[in-house]
Structure formats: structure tokens, C-alpha cells
Design a protein around this ligand. Structure first.
Ligand code: AMP
Length: 417
């Protein structure tokens, strides 16, 4: 199967060829002809499957004929996070470079002036996060009566983030005669309900998740303790050939101190989490993409779905409390057939989370010996016992939630919260 057979224009095919793609991914092969026929689509697919091109390519074709009126965008793509919205906007730029389509990005945390100016001129594609869109609608800066194509992307993530009421409100403002595309990695009952309510006779397209990271990423685990964690991290960095890496932490408040600590040790590191101003988040992400910084110290939410090519490593400075997050995190490397390496720092508090990871990835964790543990952890206990019973240890769970930060003594006191 090649892109030529999908019904795309020569201009779009040229833009695709320049990206170096030689054939459509399974979701593209199924979704592109269906969307070009103006049918509604429910796509069960996660990031990494090529789903973004799966909907942007046919949208570019569908929109290429008309002209947008002031404040009345012709299509709307809803995304749960600002970063995902920015990524989709980049996709429109890349694939639509030989078309003359206008687009606007409406995301929270950025000045409204530029965004409203674009809307005034009239846009073909509006890419937005739900909150900012409603905000601008309420101010009268935007009318949704001319939307012909609506995309609800990452619907299950929208649900996790509490956006479903906003989505319902937005869809209620769009004319019922339209084409609606909904993408979600999973189909919980709330999303099924949304799809039944807002889509008309949709074609259901489902693709297998991309190759499990468990197969494309070499995974290493190291035993440490809370007090030595940051030192252990540096020990690993010294022995690994790290080109660039995501470093995941469980708590936002620990992110800046770790970034500062690593910078103090001579590493080029930048923090990224939801409490940072959007402009700063964009800047750090761009620096990471441009390889100006090597280590992106981040939270799960800030890094979710981000598509950064050729990341050599992922570090779990904290073991994620949710096994799915482990798979998402390590999937930031080992993409598109490249190999990647992940390192997970494990303390005595993490047994039950590791059990869940072992179950989900169907592998047994074994530990590397890097010899950096200085003192035993005070709350360490016999991991074997818990592994056998498989029962959560209530006391440790409480420690995990309420306990001290993940840092060791080697973090300067003024950096601790
Ligand atoms: P997505 O699932 O939309 O986040 O896309 C994941 C990555 O796959 C992006 O970096 C795209 O540039 C890339 N990609 C999309 N379509 C293709 C294709 N047909 N061949 C190769 N790479 C692709």
C-alpha cells in the first residue's frame, strides 16, 4: 500500500514525500479514505500510530477548496494539552505546506491578543484546548457556526482531565450537520456515550498499539534508597552514553530541585511541569528538541504524547504509581524502530508498584549493580515477602503519599521544600 492510492492531492503527496514516509501506517490506510468520504470516524488508536497525520491529511484536502470568514473557523481540533495542540498545529504546517490554509492555535497560558487577531482574519483550522476555546467564545471573539469538521482527539485523556463537560458544551455550539472524528486510546463507557451522542453512524477503526516498548526498549532497574537517589542518578548518567533523555518524577514539587541539582553537577537539564508558565514550557521543550538541553526533567502530564524524535534514554527517577504510566514513559524512547534504554530507580517503598509493572509488561525485574547505595533506607522491608503475597502494604502506601520528597541528603537544604 502506498500513499498514492488513498485519494490525496499531488501537493499533499509531495509534502508527505518530503517527510520521508514511504507508506501509510495502518490507521492512515484505514482513516484517510474514510474521512475523505466525509464519514464520521471513531478511531481507537494511541499516539505513535501515526493517527495525527491520519486526520490532518484528509482535513487538508477537505478544507483546501473554501475560504474562512472572520471569527468563523471552518474546522476545530480539540486537544487535552497545550503541547499536543502545538504538535497538531505543527502537523498542519508540515503536511499543508503546499496548500494555502490558515490556522490558529488557542491554548491557555499564552497571550490572547495574537490568538484573537488570527481569528479576526478567519481561519480554516482552529486547534484548541477546551478551556481557552470556551473562554474566547464567552468573550465573543469566536463563532462556531461554520465548523464543518470537528476532531475530538485523545478523548480518554480529556476524560481523565475532567474536560468532558466542556466538550459537551462546545459540541452543543457547533451545527449538527458536520463531520465528527473522535480518537481515543481506550474506550471507557463515558467516551462510548459521548461518541454515541455526537457521532452519526461512525466507521469504527481500531489499530493495534505500536510495538510494545517492552520489546524495543532495553530496561534497567537499580536499587537505591531515598537518601541516595540523586547520587544514584548521577552515577548512572556517568556510565551511560546519554544523547538526550526524559527524566520522570512523580511530584511536581521535586522537578525544579532535581533539575538544579543536575545542573550543579554539570549536566544540561531543564524542568517541565504544569505549574510553569506556558512560554517557559514552550522554551524548554524547544531547547530539548533542538538538543540545547540534554535532560528534560518532567511530570507525566507535561510529557504525555510528546513526540520528540531520537530520544536515547528515559529515566524513572521515581517508579510510577501506575503501571500504564511506566509503559507510556519508557515509550518516549525506542520509537520508530530505534532502540532505546530506560533506567528505573527503585526504593524500598516501590514494591507494589513494581509488581504491577511486572504484571503489565510480563517480565521479571532484575537489578543492575552500580554500587552507589550508601545507607539502607529506614522504611525498607523485605521485598520478597510482599512480592509473594502481592498485597499492598498499607503503611508503605501511606508513606508514599505523605512521606518526604524523593531527594537524598545530597540535595542542598535550600532546594528542599
Ligand atoms: P502520532 O501517532 O500521530 O503521534 O505520530 C507518531 C510519529 O510517526 C510522528 O513523529 C510522525 O511524524 C510519524 N509518522 C506519521 N506517519 C508516518 C508514516 N506514514 N511513516 C513514518 N512515520 C510516520
Amino acid at each position: 500500500m502506498s500513499f498514492d492510492t488513498l485519494g490525496l492531492s499531488p501537493e499533499t503527496l509531495k509534502a508527505i514525500a518530503e517527510c520521508g514516509y514511504d507508506k501509510p501506517t495502518p490507521i492512515q490506510a484505514k482513516a484517510i479514505p474514510t474521512i475523505l468520504m466525509a464519514r464520521d470516524v471513531v478511531g481507537l488508536a494511541q499516539t505513535g500510530t501515526g493517527k495525527t497525520a491520519g486526520f490532518t491529511l484528509p482535513m487538508i484536502e477537505a478544507l483546501s477548496g473554501g475560504r474562512a470568514k472572520a471569527r468563523m473557523p471552518r474546522s476545530l481540533v480539540l486537544e487535552p494539552t497545550r503541547e499536543l495542540a502545538a504538535q497538531v498545529a505543527e502537523n498542519f504546517d508540515t503536511y499543508g505546506k503546499y496548500h494555502n490554509l490558515s490556522k490558529a492555535l488557542l491554548v491557555g497560558g499564552e497571550a490572547m491578543g495574537e490568538q484573537t487577531k488570527m481569528l479576526e482574519k478567519g481561519v480554516d483550522v482552529l486547534i484548541a484546548t477546551p478551556g481557552r476555546l470556551l473562554d474566547l467564545f464567552d468573550r465573543g471573539a469566536i463563532l462556531l457556526n461554520d465548523i464543518k469538521i470537528l476532531v475530538i482527539d485523545e478523548a480518554d485523556r480529556m476524560l481523565d482531565m475532567g474536560f468532558i463537560p466542556d466538550i459537551e458544551k462546545i459540541v452543543g455550539l457547533i451545527p449538527p450537520i458536520r463531520q465528527t472524528l473522535l480518537f481515543s486510546a481506550t474506550m471507557p463507557p463515558e467516551i462510548k456515550k459521548l461518541s454515541d451522542k455526537f457521532l452519526t453512524n461512525p466507521k469504527e477503526i481500531s489499530v493495534a498499539p505500536p510495538a510494545s516498548p517492552a520489546k524495543t526498549v532495553e530496561q534497567f532497574f537499580v536499587k537505591t534508597d531515598r537518601r541516595s537517589k540523586s547520587r544514584t542518578m548521577v552515577d548512572i548518567l556517568k556510565r551511560e552514553d546519554v544523547k538526550n533523555a526524559f527524566v520522570f518524577l512523580n511530584r511536581k514539587r521535586d522537578i525544579n530541585p532535581l533539575a538544579d541539582y543536575l545542573k550543579g553537577k554539570g549536566y544540561s537539564a531543564g524542568p517541565m511541569h504544569g505549574d510553569m508558565p506556558q512560554a517557559k514550557r514552550n522554551e524548554v521543550l524547544q531547547d530539548f528538541k533542538d538538543e540545547k538541553i540534554t535532560l528534560l526533567i518532567c511530570s507525566d502530564v507535561a510529557a504525555r504524547g510528546l513526540d520528540v524524535q531520537g530520544v536515547s534514554h528515559v529515566f524513572n527517577f521515581d517508579v510510577p504509581m501506575n503501571a500504564d504510566d511506566y509503559v507510556h514513559r519508557i515509550g518516549r524512547t525506542g520509537r520508530a524502530g530505534r532502540s532505546g534504554r530506560s533506567w528505573t530507580l527503585v526504593t524500598g517503598d516501590d514494591d507494589k508498584f513494581l509488581l504491577a509493572i511486572e504484571k503489565l509488561t510480563d517480565q521479571k525485574v532484575s537489578y543492575e549493580d552500580i554500587g552507589s547505595i550508601k545507607k539502607p533506607d529506614k522504611v525498607a522491608r523485605n521485598p520478597k515477602k510482599d512480592r509473594q503475597t502481592g498485597k499492598p502494604n498499607k503503611k508503605d502506601y501511606e508513606n508514599k503519599k505523605e512521606g518526604p520528597d524523593s531527594f537524598g541528603d545530597d540535595i542542598p537544604a535550600f532546594l528542599k521544600n
